[in-house]
Design a protein around this ligand. Structure first.
Ligand code: FE
Length: 347
């Protein structure tokens, strides 16, 4: 397989950020014929840094519906799990997120880097030390906070009680044993306390329905009581799309309020879905990470140690919101105003 120098260079830089060193074992996990070029390049990069590496390829088997996470080919595959748990690092191109298997591999001290975007996105959003610093600052702030509130001029006003669940940072690389990250990314998130989320969220045109890779075109009002969306309404098709999609899982836990955080990657693009010609190949990391978005979501909370493992997950990045932690302002109408997380102006 032909390996382009630009790809090898970028992946080597990425694994240097992950502090891959001689003697480490790096397993590249893929399914079927997906991401073979990435797998090949990551193995070459790991070898160049002196690590031992191989590709563990599994069958995806039964195809899942688009957007369903947490159901994957490692379920019941003991031999693969034993292998992954004995590695130093796993590069995950299968998508283990929200699975018990991912938690088990991390608990064994293995760091996991998820990579499921095409090369041009990896290059465009490539992580930096400054991004890591700002995301880790967001994490430390959320860990201390007891209340998160966000509002918008469209009528959003919702409050999350915090403290029950951990905070997870995603900045695009990982060098700590047992720590998971996602290349590329750029945000931190947590989960409101059980029954501790109340208020109203109003999606506006330009907010994003990640499950459909499209922009909201008509307002959607979601009333939230005790951690659950209890009513969805709106004059256009978007409210119907959201409701119809969530209902299709026949699982009331699809309406649970899930992770909450805000985007900090200034290289990520809100407009990416509108600008790209490669929508089917690209995933949603631009949408989740763009600077100043409030990443509101519905569905599972396994990732933070909760018990909701519903297969319905809706990421809904929102623009133009203001956000506070214990009354300290972080976002003002979609702009990062907190000095510790704001991108320094270079000119
Ligand atoms: Fe999510």
């Amino acid at each position: 397989m032909k390996l382009e120098a630009e790809v090898l260079d970028l992946f080597t830089e990425e694994l240097k950020l992950c502090r891959v060193k001689p003697g480490e074992k790096v397993v590249v996990l893929t399914a079927d014929d997906e991401w073979q070029e990435h797998a090949h390049a990551f193995m070459a990069a790991a070898s160049a840094l002196g690590a031992s590496t191989f590709n563990l390829n599994v069958r995806r088997g039964q195809r899942n519906a688009v957007g369903v996470q947490g159901r994957h080919p490692l379920v019941g595959n003991e031999l693969a799990m034993t292998t992954l748990k004995s590695a130093d690092m796993v590069i995950d191109m299968v998508g283990l997120l929200f699975s018990r298997e991912q938690a088990e591999i991390q608990a064994a001290g293995v760091r996991i880097l998820r990579v499921m975007e095409p090369f041009h996105i990896l290059k465009q959003m490539f992580p930096t030390e400054d991004l890591r610093r700002r995301v880790e600052y967001a994490k430390s702030m959320m860990e201390k906070a007891r209340e998160l509130r966000f509002t918008s001029e469209a009528g959003t006003d919702v409050t999350y009680e915090l403290g029950q669940y951990p905070v997870i940072s995603e900045y695009g690389y990982t060098y700590e044993p047992g720590r998971w990250d996602h290349f590329p990314s750029g945000f931190a998130f947590t989960q409101g306390n059980d029954s501790g989320v109340n208020g109203v969220v109003v999606l506006q045109p330009g907010d994003i329905l990640c499950a459909f890779k499209r922009y909201v075109e008509s307002p959607v009002t979601m009333r939230i009581e005790k951690g659950y969306v209890v009513d969805i309404s709106g004059p256009g098709v978007d409210a119907q799309l959201l409701k119809s999609y969530a209902d299709s899982f026949n699982d009331p836990r699809a309406y649970a309020v899930s992770h909450i955080g805000w985007g900090l990657n200034e290289k990520a693009r809100w407009y990416q879905f509108a600008a790209t010609r490669e929508l089917p190949r690209e995933h949603v990391m631009n949408a989740l990470s763009f600077y100043g978005n409030v990443l509101f979501s519905l569905g599972p909370n396994l990732e933070v140690g909760g018990t909701n493992d519903t297969a319905c997950h809706l990421d809904l990045p929102m623009r133009h919101c203001s956000l506070w932690l214990d009354g300290e302002q972080i976002l003002d109408k979609g702009d990062v105003v907190h000095p510790a997380m704001r991108v320094a102006r270079t000119s």
